[in-house]
Design a protein around this ligand. Structure first.
Ligand code: PLP
Length: 463
């Protein structure tokens, strides 16, 4: 906090930190000693990224200036763009890389730019196809475009497991469809859409295809051309890079052929995104990307095996329910847990992200009249320094619940029991052991383990 002009400036910084109220309470957020299982929210900056960022933090090499020192940052940006395109199996003669402030900006950029370009070139109101499971940045931007009568929007509804059926996308195309935007992997359920197929459908009708690849970009290599992707959004804080920086990669045909214009005016980044580039963040992002993709397969395997461990250990204390039996909105006949999302297909040809596990704890209310409360469970875990996420709370009103759970039409009993876990490359076995133990204790305290087969489950309770 800046000192007010009336405050006497202490002579030593040490004294300042000792005397200020702020410093007493201040705990470095990165030092907080927690078991962090909400990595789809954000990930911890890796040491490689931090080192690169520190190297650049004091640099005055503005890439747009013509000073002799600016050369270095220009080179860094050029190298970074080339590196990213090569990683995505392509090059600058086909695609353009734009650094943004994050995926929310990238998503809004592509939607708004396409709408503007389509209107400008055809004089008609564009139609956009997206899905109801997209990130809020897409959903809200589409709502604004439609509320302001700039575009018509079709939201494809997912199946019960959160996946988008490409046939529904095909059927939604109209003569004015200007863009199809469907996410690659969902941030809550982790389900992975067949974007290659959706892109193929788009291209048959000469419609550009955009995908939000935030959650999958750091876990699997994405080949843009063979996956039929014309525009892709990603964010570096999801792959151990800094917050506040992301990418939009665009097919050159979209930029030149469609006549896309940027949303922030300025001369930088081919006039597509004005503003001085965040050079330290770019340096850190590339370092994070390089480090993330070292031994990627074994990192994915490790997280996948931890997910299996969680499910297997839960099965020892609580029956695993079948989500299909909830489609008719009936109450469970026993206390049980459900693994949300499509059926598992391993981590090499995944149907679900290897780090993401959405569980629901469904209680047979008839037993004691009390519902399972995932807020209470979350608080219990919080008290043990374990951080998870709940997509929808046991006592929250509809407007606060996750739109994804509404999109998949999850029945109330399922919505109320949601607990979301997303692992990181650095999650350890001992963290998972502790998590399972505390989760089981939390479930027990809500009488979740007191089902008809309670004797059996109690005996098996994890120590
Ligand atoms: N898209 C998806 C699927 C996300 O999970 C997120 C962040 O949670 C975003 C977009 C937004 O990313 P950013 O925080 O970089 O704006």
């Amino acid at each position: 906090m800046p000192l007010s002009s009336k405050t006497k400036k202490p002579s030593k910084t040490k004294k300042l930190s000792k005397n200020t109220k702020h410093s007493k309470k201040h705990i470095s957020p990165s030092k907080a000693n927690v078991i962090y299982l909400d990595n789809n929210g954000t990930t911890k900056l890796c040491k490689e990224a931090k080192k690169e960022m520190v190297n650049w933090l004091e640099s005055r090499a503005n890439p747009s200036s013509d000073s002799i020192i600016s050369k270095k940052s220009k080179e860094l940006i050029e190298y970074s763009k080339k590196y990213i395109l090569k990683h995505c199996g392509t090059s600058s003669d086909k695609y353009e890389v734009i650094f943004t402030s994050g995926a929310s900006e990238s998503n809004c950029f592509i939607l708004r730019s396409v709408v503007e370009a389509y209107k400008y070139h055809t004089g008609k109101k564009p139609h956009i196809i997206t899905s109801s499971t997209e990130h809020k940045s897409i959903i809200k931007c589409c709502k604004e475009l439609s509320d302001n009568k700039y575009a018509d929007i079709t939201y494809i509804e997912p199946n019960a497991y959160g996946c988008i059926n490409s046939d529904l996308v095909k059927r939604a195309i109209t003569k004015d469809t200007a863009l199809i935007s469907i996410m690659m992997a969902n941030n809550e359920i982790g389900c992975i859409n067949n974007v290659k197929k959706i892109g193929e459908i788009a291209h048959e009708k000469k419609i550009p295809f955009h995908t939000d690849a935030v959650q999958i970009f750091g876990k699997y290599k994405i080949h843009l051309e063979s996956s039929n992707i014309d525009a892709i959004s990603m964010s570096f804080h999801k792959l151990y890079g800094p917050m506040g920086i992301g990418l939009l990669i665009l097919n050159n045909d979209l930029v030149t052929g469609y006549g896309l214009k940027g949303q922030i005016s300025g001369s930088q980044q081919n006039k597509l995104r004005g503003g001085t580039e965040n050079v330290p963040a770019i340096a850190g992002s590339i370092a994070a990307m390089e480090s993330t993709f070292m031994n990627r397969d074994s990192k994915n395997k490790k997280m996948y095996m931890f997910k299996k461990q969680i499910i297997n250990e839960l099965k020892r204390v609580l029956p695993l329910g079948d989500y299909k039996s909830y489609f008719s909105d009936k109450s469970p006949t026993q206390n049980e847990f459900i693994v949300m999302g499509p059926s598992d297909n391993g981590y090499r040809k995944p149907t679900v992200l290897p780090n993401t596990l959405m569980l629901s704890f469904a209680k047979n209310n008839l037993e004691d009249g009390k519902e399972f409360c995932n807020i209470e469970l979350k608080k219990k875990l919080d008290n043990k320094n374990i951080i998870v996420s709940i997509g929808s709370a046991c006592n929250t009103s509809d407007k606060n619940a996750s739109h994804i759970l509404y999109a998949i039409r999850a029945p109330d009993v399922v919505k109320k029991g949601i607990v979301r876990i997303s692992l990181s490359d650095n999650t350890t076995k001992s963290e998972i052991d502790k998590f399972v133990k505390e989760l089981t204790n939390g479930l027990d305290s809500q009488n979740m383990l007191e089902s008809k087969n309670s004797n059996k489950t109690k005996k098996n309770k994890i120590k």
